[in-house]
Ligand binder design. Structure first.
Ligand code: URA
Length: 429
């Protein structure tokens, strides 16, 4: 047995007592945890010490590099410039679905290694799996080939990508150490750097439905993400975007695919169209392409790319999407203007209806979700349907209704509109 050069207890003690971790300590502890030499209970203690005492920019950059080095790097290059997008997670956030084919139709290559939902935020792969036949797992060769032929791939990360993060994220999830800026920033950026795109646009959510509920916390996370990217020579932009209200009208799996297809066919809710175009403009600018995405979306070219992207992964873009066994209508409580529709409550309700999972091995229901018939600012009449709850398991409805208690308020006048894109931070590479 090889002798380890340091002890996990000493590393934990350094951070517990408010010190900085040295480069050697970080490299060793991340590598030894990946190899199983540092035990889960030791990494839990270190994650909590980091949660409580933080890491500075240099420690965070080194921690990210150690997680990248724990696995393979993909170099997802193509004959076109590659540009990726990552969202920190929200409710009704289906933007990847219209965005990836749109940016590909504008001339870039978009490798989108995506995740599954956990907790109240949905997962892109769970949504796409509601399309009959669609396959999330591709080999590296398949990803590279599809990038060249279609220009867009949305799939699961390959097994060898940042294994330290996969292990650590699962541990953080059960030890109340997710909401730490250095740990979130290094987790996201390790996967993106390992993927090897030339440029990255981050959608950092802010509000009740986001990890970071205040603009100040979201700005700090955005700054940490941009800083890590910049140190690695990656072109990065971070848009801080509103997440106090669900995006669009559909929250769930198949219902979000249907809404994305509406957007790709030139319709869909205004906020989904606006955010798709804002993110597309930023991605194209980082990729050095001066193309206006709005006419490409309106022309149907992005929809054609979507159909090719879905077919290339075994899906049938024309197939009917699953429908729920049970629909429960929630009426508007009063006459007036809808003032609030809380994103977190709607996300939790959709999750309880079966759209999300409590443990990562749980299955999700493709047809589960919520359709919002009104959004803040819309006029409503008492008794008219406001929310449509979709599920295959009607006994889940009471728990969903309990999650929605207090989520809706109706007022006499429309609330002040909040801009969808609050701020933009850019790297200076
Ligand atoms: N998403 C990630 O990939 N990692 C985190 O830590 C939080 C959100």
């Amino acid at each position: 047995m090889t002798r380890e050069p340091m002890s996990a207890v000493d590393v934990i003690r350094s951070k517990r007592d408010g010190g900085r971790l040295s480069d050697e300590q970080i490299d060793w502890v991340v590598d030894a945890y990946t190899r199983g030499v540092v035990a889960d209970e030791q990494m839990s203690a270190l994650a909590m010490a980091i949660y409580l005492n933080g890491m500075d920019a240099e420690e965070t950059a080194r921690w990210t590099a150690a997680m990248v080095d724990s696995g393979e790097t993909l170099a997802l290059t193509s004959s076109r410039p590659t540009v990726d997008k990552h969202s920190t997670g929200g409710v009704g956030d289906k933007i990847t679905l219209p965005l990836a084919p749109l940016v590909a139709a504008c001339g870039a290559a978009v490798p989108q290694l995506s995740g599954r939902g956990l907790g109240h935020t949905g997962g892109t792969l769970d949504k796409l799996e509601s399309i009959p036949g669609w396959r999330a797992r591709l080999s590296t060769e398949e990803i590279v080939r599809q990038l060249d032929t279609v220009g867009a791939v949305v799939c699961a990360p390959t097994d060898g990508l940042a294994p330290a993060d996969r292990k650590l994220y699962a541990l953080r999830d059960v030890t109340a150490t997710v909401e730490s800026i250095p740990l979130i920033a290094s987790s996201i950026m390790s996967k993106k750097i390992a993927e090897g795109a030339d440029a990255l646009v981050l959608d950092v959510k802010t509000g009740t439905g986001a990890f970071m509920r205040t603009v100040e916390a979201s700005r700090a996370l955005a700054a940490a993400l941009v800083e890590i990217g910049q140190q690695r020579g990656l072109k990065v932009s971070a848009l801080i975007t509103e997440m106090s209200v669900p995006l669009g009208r559909a929250v769930g799996n198949a219902v979000e695919v249907a809404e994305s297809v509406e957007v790709l066919r030139g319709g869909g809710p205004a906020d989904v169209v606006e955010l798709t175009l804002e993110l597309a403009r930023e991605m194209l600018s980082l990729a050095g392409l001066s193309v206006d995405p709005a006419p490409v979306l309106a022309s149907g070219e992005a929809y054609e790319t979507w159909c090719r992207m879905i077919s290339a992964q075994g899906g049938d873009p024309e197939a009917a999407l699953p429908t729920p066994a049970h629909v429960h209508l929630v009426p508007a409580p009063a006459d007036g203007v809808l003032a609030t529709l809380d994103a977190y409550a709607v996300g939790v309700a959709a999750w309880r209806l079966g759209a999300g999972r409590a443990r990562k091995e749980d299955p999700v229901q493709a047809a589960a979700g919520i359709i919002c018939h009104a959004k803040p600012g819309d006029r409503v009449r008492a008794g008219d349907p406001l929310l449509e709850l979709h599920t295959d398991t009607p006994d889940a409805v009471p728990a969903a209704l309990a999650a929605l208690a207090g989520a809706v308020t109706v007022a006499d006048a429309a609330p002040d509109p909040v801009p969808l894109v609050r701020e933009v931070l850019r790297s200076v590479t």
